[in-house]
Design a binder for this molecule. Structure first.
Ligand code: CP
Length: 316
């Protein structure tokens, strides 16, 4: 595996889940594999879980880790090929990526969408240029359109908690005060469509996701209808894909509450975090025994470790 940017970069997603679950039982079994290898973590946007869990995963494998908040600590990056750089940008991404590729054996990069230019966001302008110029394996730490490390950890969590071979998993849109990317729901949909689960997405009209990721999902616009018999309910806000980056106001309240959850099969609650408490989901659900939010966050370590291990085995 040279790149980990989408579920399509892996031949067998369930095999990677099994590898991650094995590493969770024996985190230090491969602590020599990453000796004298360096992981660079490059952030253009904030992070708590992705930054710390990926760092921890690399340390478990014996790697050295360098972290750079390039948006704050680096030179202003130019993204346009052939640009006459007589404005505010100081360094071209092709030079920055090539240099960082000389310092690192594997690079992880986080680059959110601007949410104004759908075409630029969905062609992954920053990630693609970075991968092209750095010449080393690259892990997406959440790109403009996808968050595969999160989805791998989510699938691990479902695998650990499921009680039937084919559980019903519902992805439900949740309210938020800001316009958020579609990366987490796109990615969750992409992974669930390959996971052998019954997968349902529910959202208000106008919040349809890009069909590239949802073609195998059942879409139900009535939240209560979608929740019936669910085993897992994944809450997440996203901004409109079709009315790109806009926050539309649904007429009903889509916040997840205990009374709505009574329609489910005593379902587990999932959220990638950070969560806006009592806006997206009520406190009583997030703090209840049905909540898997901390287990998902813990599994981020072993998801990252499974990906790093696979890459290290290729380059060692
Ligand atoms: N879920 C997630 O990616 O969290 P961070 O944005 O804090 O990394």
């Amino acid at each position: 595996m040279k790149y980990f940017t989408t579920v399509n970069d892996i031949a067998d997603p369930m095999a990677l889940v099994k590898e991650a679950l094995k590493l969770k039982k024996q985190p230090y079994a491969f602590s020599e594999l990453g000796k004298h290898k360096t992981l660079g973590l490059i952030f253009l946007n904030p992070s708590l879980r992705t930054r710390l869990s990926t760092q921890k995963a690399a340390m478990n494998l014996g790697m050295q880790v360098m972290v750079m908040n390039i948006d704050k600590e680096g030179w202003a990056l130019e993204l346009e090929d052939g640009a006459v750089m007589n404005g505010n940008t100081v360094e071209h991404i092709k030079d920055a990526a090539a240099v960082m590729g000389q310092y690192c054996d594997i690079i992880g990069i986080r680059c959110f969408p601007g949410l104004t230019d759908k075409k630029a966001d969905y062609c992954e302008k920053i990630l693609v240029q970075f991968m092209h110029h750095c010449k080393v394996p690259v892990i997406s730490l959440e790109s403009a359109t996808l968050h595969p490390l999160q989805s791998l950890a989510d699938l691990m969590t479902i695998e650990e908690k499921k009680k039937t071979a084919k559980p019903k998993v519902v992805l439900s849109w949740a309210p938020h005060i800001k316009a958020l990317p579609q990366a987490v729901p796109n990615s969750f949909a992409e992974w669930m469509c390959k996971a052998g689960v019954e997968f349902v997405i529910t959202h208000p009209a106008g919040y349809e996701l890009c069909e590239d990721y949802t073609s195998k999902a059942k879409i139900i616009h009535t939240q209560e209808e979608a929740l019936k018999g669910a085993d897992f309910v994944y809450l997440k806000n996203w901004s409109s894909y079709h009315d790109y980056g806009k926050v539309l106001s649904p007429s009903e309240n889509w916040m997840m509450t205990k009374s709505k959850m009574e329609l489910t099969n005593n379902a587990h609650i999932m959220h990638c975090l950070p969560v806006r408490r009592n806006v997206e989901v009520s406190d009583e659900l997030l703090d209840s025994p049905q909540s898997l939010i901390l287990q998902q966050a813990e599994n981020r370590i072993y998801a990252a470790q499974a990906v790093l291990k696979t890459m290290l085995e290729k380059i060692s």
